[in-house]
Ligand binder design. Structure first.
Ligand code: KIV
Length: 279
């Protein structure tokens, strides 16, 4: 059955956990969907893990639409959430609604996600009023790393912790149906989770959030440029891939690939005839 905003609401009410993973292409989304993940996030982390940028700042609406539509084709039951890229919503409420609409129409999203709390509450409200479900994102919001001075854990001082709670409440009041909490102390994420009636999805925010999200290349050991403390490697697919690539190269070089079983046959008479004609 298709996961929707109602799945998220029910999970919060019943205290069952929500699973979310990032994906950026059809094949990966299909595998995650078959595994039964509740939601797939087409994160702007695609800037790092798919496009090789050092941050998410350069990701465009076209990037998000291109990858989002591929994921949507593979996600039969998982809810597809597409990230609004940097400067697609911060500039104005109008831009936010227009760009959220594009992610729904062209990217085939079921919901959009945007970063920020109190500062973007008007944008969240306007997008929700347009009939588009919104996931908030607070704490260590990667689009603001230049303002933070790097990937710094957020909410560690009394002022910062209060600000996080204020941001969470603003996102909820603006109409978001869920909020991602990234890179904050576990005890603070627990407090925020208890204070909200919408589900929290944690990443580097401890086990008391209502759900969890990870970047799939991180959890499969496929991306080693930067591995945050909160990442658990559920498999070492990166090593498996490297091993398979190396074996492929070796088998081409030593002639053990391809063999007869990988070849198409033809009546030998045809080849003989052509050879004679060529002489
Ligand atoms: O872009 C992304 O992958 C995200 C997750 C880290 C939550 O926003």
């Amino acid at each position: 059955m298709k996961n929707t905003v109602l799945t998220f609401k029910k999970a919060k009410e019943e205290g069952t956990k929500i699973s979310m993973l990032t994906a950026y292409d059809y094949s990966t989304a299909s595998l995650m969907d078959a595994a039964g993940v509740n939601a797939i996030l087409v994160g702007d982390s695609l800037g790092n893990v798919m496009l090789g940028y050092e941050d998410t700042v350069s990701v465009t609406m076209e990037d998000m639409i291109h990858h989002g539509a591929a994921v949507a084709r593979g996600a039969k039951n998982a809810m597809v959430v597409i990230d609004m890229p940097f400067m697609s919503y911060q500039t104005s409420v109008y831009d936010a609604v227009v760009n959220a609409g594009r992610l729904m129409k062209e990217g085939r999203a079921n919901a959009v996600k945007l970063e920020g709390g109190v500062a973007v509450a008007p944008q969240i409200k306007a997008i929700v009023d347009a009939g588009i479900p919104v996931v908030g994102h607070i704490g260590l919001t990667p689009q603001s790393i230049n303002a933070f001075g790097g990937h710094k854990v957020q909410g560690k001082t009394i002022e910062a912790a209060k600000k996080l709670l204020e941001d969470a409440k603003a996102v909820e009041a603006a109409g978001a149906f869920s909020v991602v909490i990234e890179g904050v102390p576990a005890a603070l994420a627990k407090l925020v989770t208890e204070k909200l009636s919408i589900p929290t999805i944690g990443i580097g925010a401890g086990s008391d959030c209502d759900g969890q999200v990870l970047v799939y290349q991180d959890m499969l050991g496929m991306y080693s440029d930067f591995t945050p403390k909160f990442v658990k490697k559920f498999a070492n697919v990166g090593e498996v891939m490297k091993g398979a690539f190396a074996q492929y190269i070796e088998e081409i070089n030593n002639g053990t690939f391809p063999t007869q079983e990988h070849c198409y046959s033809i009546d030998p008479m045809i080849i003989e005839k052509i050879i004679k004609e060529e002489q």
